[in-house]
Write a new protein. Structure first.
Length: 153
């Protein structure tokens, strides 16, 4: 009887460990983590904008964590200055559309204000998928840079 209890306890412990380390939500950043990354990005921009944008565009260095990353755009031209997808650099943030044609980029651009962190809700596919799901980005303006970090709800 004691061996059955020990085996059951071991299985329960293993299942508990597996459920806390391999659940899908661990693959994605949280709202608090996204907001924290944006605040860190703001500090980096204030300290040295050029160096910060270089860091944001690197795959390593702390500004890419699972699905979280910093994106930035020039508030005069609307052109991306930082993005995890390097092909996006130099394109106009305002031209981004949701799958249904909604003006995603315009919503993000218009919500970007100096001295405030605002949120923009939209739908966007998770990495490796094509079907849009609810997502939200925190956005703010530092100098002439509009920046944000998004997370999946």
């Amino acid at each position: 009887m004691h061996h059955k209890w020990m085996a059951g306890a071991a299985v329960t412990l293993l299942m508990s460990i597996m459920s806390t380390t391999s659940m899908p939500q661990d693959q994605f950043g949280t709202a608090a983590e996204a907001r924290g990354m944006l605040k860190w990005a703001v500090a980096e921009l204030i300290a040295n904008e050029t160096a910060a944008l270089e860091k944001f565009n690197r795959d390593k260095g702390g500004f890419k964590d699972r699905d979280l990353y910093v994106f930035c755009y020039d508030m005069t031209s609307g052109k991306f200055t930082a993005h995890v997808d390097q092909a996006v650099l130099g394109t106009d943030v305002k031209a981004l559309k949701e799958k249904d044609g909604s003006p995603l980029g315009e919503k993000i651009f218009n919500a970007t204000k100096p001295g405030a962190i605002n949120t923009v809700a939209y739908t966007f596919p998770k990495p490796g998928t094509t079907e849009p799901v609810p997502k939200e980005s925190y956005v703010t303006q530092v100098g002439n840079q509009g920046c944000g970090v998004g997370y999946y709800k």
